[in-house]
Structure formats: C-alpha cells, structure tokens
Design a protein around this ligand. Structure first.
Ligand code: ADP
Length: 403
C-alpha cells in the first residue's frame, strides 16, 4: 500500500511516497520557489536494488497547480508512480484549532474548518489548503487525510492551555495555547515506547524537539499534557531565530521607544531573535563552532539555549510527577552530543545522568544514553514526521472504511 505524503508550503511543496506498512520511502522530492523566477523540482527515487537516483528540473512553476503537475510527470517518467496505485494522500496541516484532535478524512466541512483556522496560522494553513485543493482536483477518487501539527496537544488540560487573559480573548478570539510539532512529539513518543517494549499508555515522557524551531512536550500516559509552544510557535524555548518566552511588555516599551510597527516587532521576534539575536548566527553547528573558538557571544547563546531547556525539563518533571524518559530529537537533539550533555548537566537530582561514551556514539537509530543505573532513561530518537503522517493517514482510512 502506498501513501503520498504532502507538505505544501507557501513557496514549496515537499512530498514523499511511502510503502506501508514497511515504511520504506520510495520517492521524495521538493518543488521549490513556486511563483518565483528560478523555480525547480528536485526529485529522488529508488532504482531497483534500492539506491537513490536524483533528478533536477529547472522549470517555471507559476503556482501550486504547476508544481503538482510537474511532480506527477516526474513520478511517471522515473517509474516512481506505484503501479498498484496510491492508497491515499496524507497532508500536513499546521493548525487544526480546537476542532481536530485526530487526523481527518478530507471532506468539504474539513476544508471549510481548515480555512476557518487560517487567521490563527496565516502563513501556513492557506498554502496547506492549496495543496489539498489541487490534489482533490487531480486525484478525486483517492481518500485524502489532513494530519494536524496541533492535534497531539489537544489533550492538554485547560489549566495548561489557557492564558491568564480576559475570558473573551479566548471565547471570541480563540486565544489559547495550541502547541505545534505535535506530529514529531507523537512519533518519537511511539518510537520510544516500541524501543522500551512498553505500552505508550504507561509512559511519562519529556520530548525535546530541537531543530530550527524547538519545543518541549510533557507526555503523561502517552498523552500530551503540556508543551512549550503556545498560541503561535514563538513561545517557549529559545530557537534559531525565534525568541521563545519573553515579557510581553517589552513589545509595548519598544513600540513607544522606537515607534516600531506591530509587523516589524513581529518580524524581529520571529526572524532576528533566538541564537541569531544573541550571536548573529541561527545555525547551531556554526554557533557551536564559534563558541568552541572562544566567541563570547556564541558561548552566551549556547548557554542561554541549554539553560532554557533545563528550566522546562524541571517544570515538566513537576508537571508529570514521575518521569520515565527524556527524549532528544530533530537536527540539534539528534546530532549534538555536546548540547545534550550541557542540557542534562546538573539534572542528577531529577534522576537524569548521561553516560559520556554512549552520548557520543554515532548511530543512525535510537540510542539510550543514560548511565546504566540511572532511574530515568535518556534517549536519542530520530524523528520522522512524514512516516507519522503516513501512519496516521492509513489508520484514518482504515477506521473509516471499517465503519
Ligand atoms: P528544521 O526545524 O528546519 O527541520 P532540523 O531539525 O533539520 O531543522 O535542525 C536544524 C538544526 O540542527 C540547525 O541548527 C543545525 O545546525 C542543527 N544541527 C544539525 N547537525 C548538527 C550537529 N552535528 N551539531 C549541532 N547542530 C546540528
């Protein structure tokens, strides 16, 4: 059974064709710079024998229709289109608001609800929706499923998701904490349970998704009970270019002091803050290299980054009461033993102790990096949002067809 996973952004469409249930990726690619002068498609597919082959097509892609057409052509031409056909399409959708706690089979009411959520995620939901609409036109006979970044966190209790703000901000304007990266937090939680050979429903976890964006989740008995991102992905941990938690009054002060507009302040918090704000670099690898070479601003940036994560781990230990495992994932979480060590240092009182040798092991799969006798597991678990979307798409299609 093949599932096509689509992540349709404002100027790019990423796709993966996944064989299920083997979870083997057959084809992947990205149509980039849609609507710009130098648009192109980069397509990768497996040849018999399993090796990857690459192809690049520099072609004008005026809109998402053009992009999907070229993706279809590339799949046909390279023999990557499954002969047995597709079982369905899974679409990543960023914001599902309060309505979607689970993936949803796409129907007119689901499309309308995703559109209704667009003011909450104006940069993401509209292009996600475009991808859905184009696929509905091109593959009207296929079941299509929307998988939401926010859905996993809909299990948060009100005391975690409400802000202490006037009631009508919530009831009329939907201002509350939603959380993001849910597909990734859910996937690494499932992988952790499978690795530990324990039911996810028995596990209390803290999952740390540390990529360009970063978030932590507190997971009790397999369900998200708190997460660091909030109404938008700005809240919580320090990130590559986003500030994470700040005093909101800073905005009013800066607006009075400099006359900056709301849009320019929003830009500063999203694009010029985080690691970049502190040391000028948003990429952790470069930041760490600078820090190692003695750059004081980069050292401060790394120190702040890890300190903020430690504070959240402490808070989430208090939220959960008992912690079974701390899980690192995404670009920084998976690849930087130094950041993992700095995050965990001083957390011995919480049962978190790293084994230096294990922490530096270079392994592609899941590794356990806690000391042998440590009460809390510390794991590195590679994330894979596309596989999680494929899993949820299959499960949604099967549930509906069994009714
Ligand atoms: P995205 O959120 O865009 O998917 P990723 O999960 O790919 O991002 O993470 C990107 C981040 O991971 C970058 O800051 C990059 O520097 C960092 N990263 C990747 N490899 C390493 C490494 N070996 N050491 C430190 N940071 C790394």
């Amino acid at each position: 059974m093949n599932i096509l996973v689509i992540n349709s952004g404002s100027s790019s469409v990423k796709y993966q064709l996944v064989d299920m249930p083997s979870e083997r990726v057959l084809t992947r690619g990205v149509a980039e710079r849609i609507g710009e002068a130098e648009s192109r498609l980069v397509h990768r597919w497996r040849i018999p024998g399993g090796e990857w082959q690459d192809m690049q097509r520099d072609e004008p892609l005026a809109d998402h229709h053009d992009a999907f057409r070229l993706i279809g052509t590339a799949m046909q031409e390279t023999g990557a289109m499954p002969t047995a056909g597709l079982a369905g399409i899974g679409h990543r959708v960023v914001h599902g608001g309060e309505r979607f706690r689970e993936p949803a089979l796409i129907a007119p009411d689901v499309v309308a609800a995703i559109r209704d959520m667009s003011p909450l995620a104006p940069l993401h939901n509209p292009p996600n929706l475009t991808g859905i609409e184009v696929c509905l036109e091109q593959f009207p006979e296929l079941p299509q499923v929307a998988v939401f970044d926010t859905a996993f966190h809909q299990s948060m209790p009100a005391h975690a998701y409400r802000y202490a703000l006037p009631e009508h901000w919530y009831s009329e304007h939907r201002v509350r904490r939603y959380g993001f990266h849910g597909t990734s937090h859910h996937y690494v939680a499932e992988q952790t349970a499978a690795h530990l050979q324990r039911p996810l429903g028995e596990l209390n976890l803290i999952t740390l998704h540390l990529g360009n964006g970063a978030s932590a989740a507190a997971i009790r008995a397999g369900r998200s009970v708190d997460t660091s991102m909030g109404f938008t992905p700005l809240e919580g941990l320090m990130m590559g270019t986003r500030c994470g938690d700040i005093d909101p009054a800073i905005l009013f002060y800066m607006s009075r002091e400099t006359g900056a507009s709301p849009a320019s302040l929003e830009d500063a918090l999203n694009k010029d803050s985080g690691l970049k704000g502190i040391c000028g670099e948003n990429d952790m690898r470069t930041t760490r290299e600078l820090a190692d070479a003695g750059d004081a601003r980069a050292q401060l940036a790394v120190g702040m980054y890890c300190y903020r994560i430690r504070k959240y781990i402490g808070a989430y230990c208090a939220v959960l009461g008992r912690l079974d495992a701390l899980v690192f994932t995404a670009g920084i979480g998976e690849n930087s033993p130094e950041i993992r060590a700095q995050v965990c240092s001083g957390l011995e009182a919480l049962g978190i102790t790293l084994d230096t040798g294990r922490n530096h092991r270079q392994d592609d799969g899941i590794i356990e990096i806690q000391q042998a006798a440590a009460p809390v597991g510390v794991l590195v678990v590679p994330t894979n949002e596309e596989i999680e979307i494929a899993r949820q798409t299959i499960s949604c299609i099967e549930t509906i067809s069994s009714r």
